[in-house]
Design a protein around this ligand. Structure first.
Ligand code: SGN
Ligand code: CA
Length: 558
């Protein structure tokens, strides 16, 4: 399924790394000597709210912003199933979860025999590599080189599996992934071939452990509480059943590092976190070994000891405690982002120095969005905007010279958001990445891929002129399906459709409830209008569209 079934495919000449452009709809002109390299950078749980190119309220990310200044900012970018493993499977296959089989993070093993875009690129003469978080159970297939974190990975002294060999690397995970990335680019790849490199950061996944040099980097910031921090979930039964609120479910010891050395403040259930933050405790069943070296541990102790001391003295409760937790969460999370941004800067410098910016497409995104206190939540999973959306920035070589003077509007809810010169406001989804990369590389897009290439949108093709599988131009609705229930955070299974204006979702399994939001009048999604007279007018069309999407993607109706 694709914007172009490439009869006139731009061909990759294996080994010689040459690409010829023959009349593609996106009409990229490149010299035959220029290999079309791809670097795909994906963080884990990086919210668009904490990228200053999207929103300047919370933190600053100058290096990610530079990518955006020199590239395209997607202002309506979404995932198909807001969870790590499933997102990664959607990315690799270009297919929804029910088709690629990796519906949730529980005991799934990704079937590596499926068609994936790295495999197709490799078969077409590309060097392919993945470095960082993989989280798919099985070993990577279709990569010339793979160097992945073991499971979720650790922030300090992480264990990697490098082409099958297990090794522990000293240091901080975001630095190590960047070092390994540059090392592969510099020394390990075959420089006669074009390359596709996937850089998958662990950061800023829970439990948001900053690098030593970033501890305290956001202490001066008083983060504004989201307007709907104190949501009571009225009219939204599934939302009231979750277990992911900052107030009730965020643990002060595990999540916020309030784990004192003598163990007096540790909840017995979370006792194992003492080892994680305070080093090498030998008791407790779920022991996680202390991973920090002496210096790292000292730095952590001198930063967190006074915070723990104050926490002990203040004995906060109720609303005050919830707000304190929110501030601590934001400080840790944004400090972890600081390292991500710095490392993007290092990679950028390297690419610039090596002249690689001129022949490389760079993509920056996250495996899903994340709640930064909206609805009182952390985590993701819901089809609500904050977790359904994901940041997406794409820098193409030929945008290099055309820096725009400034973005029209950065706030996601602002009236001009998406109207900047290099904003792409069409709704795209992570299943679109595979076909986009394949089209860029001049490799034919297999019929079974369900996503659509958005390359043409960046090249100025209008939405209505985009060739897609429906034959009706670019899509006007997105499909979503989340499956991990029973599971951590207790978010009920649900599927739904999102159009430009409305978001309709059906929560099923251990519940049966529908929610409908008017995103224009209720962007914060506080009012479920499913049972209102207004909905009676809108619903028949939306339901029809939803069923059409379920037929298109062949997802049986629940
Ligand atoms: C871990 C986290 C969860 C998180 C999942 C999935 N718990 O299990 O809070 O939702 O990962 O995240 S933790 O106690 O282990 O930190 S995902 O991004 O990998 O899908
Ligand atoms: Ca994730």
């Amino acid at each position: 399924m694709t914007a172009m079934k490439l009869n006139e495919v731009r061909k990759i000449f294996t080994g010689a790394a040459a690409v010829t452009a023959i009349g593609s709809c996106s009409d990229i002109s490149e010299s035959p000597e220029q290999p079309m390299n791809i670097i795909y950078i994906m963080c884990d749980d990086h919210s668009y709210q904490t990228i200053s190119a999207y929103d300047r309220t919370l933190t600053n990310t100058p290096n990610i912003d530079r990518l955006c200044d020199e590239g395209y900012r997607f202002t309506n970018s979404f995932v198909a199933n807001s969870l790590s493993g499933p997102s990664r499977a959607c990315l690799l296959t270009g297919k929804h979860s029910h088709k690629n089989g990796f519906t949730d993070n529980r005991d799934r093993i990704f079937d590596g025999n499926q068609t994936t875009f790295p495999k197709l690129l490799k078969e077409n003469g590309y060097e392919t590599a993945v470095i960082g978080k993989w989280h798919l159970g099985s070993e990577p297939v279709g990569f010339s080189h793979w160097d992945i974190l073991d499971g979720q990975g650790e922030y300090y002294q992480p264990v990697f599996i490098c082409n099958g060999d297990t090794l522990l690397r000293p240091g901080y995970v975001t630095d190590i992934i960047t070092e390994q990335t540059i090392d592969w680019l510099e020394k390990k790849r075959d420089k006669n071939k074009p390359f596709c490199l996937l850089v998958h950061h662990k950061a800023p996944h829970r439990s948001w452990m900053p690098d030593v040099c970033d501890l305290g980097s956001h202490d001066h910031v008083e983060f504004p509480l989201p307007e709907n921090f104190e949501d009571n979930y009225e009219g939204r039964p599934a939302a009231s059943l979750q277990e992911m609120t900052i107030e009730a479910d965020m643990n002060t010891a595990y999540d916020l590092k309030i784990a004192d050395k003598d163990g007096a403040m540790i909840d017995p259930e979370w006792r194992w976190t003492l080892g994680m933050y305070r080093g090498g405790t030998k008791e407790g069943e779920r022991l996680r070994p202390g991973r920090m070296d002496h210096e790292q541990q000292e730095a952590w102790n001198s930063y967190y000891d006074p915070i723990i001391e104050d926490f002990r003295k203040d004995s906060l409760e109720g609303k005050e405690l919830a707000e304190w937790k929110y501030q601590r969460y934001m400080k840790d999370y944004c400090s972890v982002i600081k390292s991500v941004d710095r490392n993007i800067g290092h990679l950028y410098e390297y690419l610039e120095k090596e002249g690689l910016l001129e022949n490389t497409m760079i993509i920056y995104t996250s495996d899903q969005g994340f709640f930064m206190g909206e609805h009182g939540f952390f985590d993701k999973r819901f089809m609500y905007e904050e977790s359904f959306r994901t940041p997406l920035i794409v820098r193409l070589p030929d945008r290099m010279e055309r820096k725009r003077p400034g973005r029209a509007e950065t706030s996601v809810y602002g009236p001009n958001f998406g109207k900047g010169d290099y904003d792409i406001s069409e709704m795209v989804q992570n299943i679109d990445i595979a076909p986009t990369i394949l089209e860029y590389a001049g490799v034919e897009i297999p019929e079974e891929i369900q996503g659509e290439s958005f390359l043409g949108l960046m090249k100025g093709t209008s939405a209505k002129d985009m060739k897609t599988d429906t034959g009706k131009g670019w899509r006007d609705a997105l499909y979503y399906h989340y499956y991990e229930y029973p599971g951590e955070h207790a978010v009920r299974r649900h599927y739904g459709i999102r159009t430009e204006r409305y978001s309709l979702m059906h929560f099923y399994h251990d519940t049966d409830s529908w929610e409908l939001y008017d995103l224009k009048n209720d962007p914060l999604q506080m009012h479920n209008i499913y049972h209102t007279p207004e909905a009676a007018i809108i619903l028949p069309d939306l339901m029809k569209q939803l069923h059409e999407l379920q037929m298109l993607y062949e997802d049986p109706i629940q």
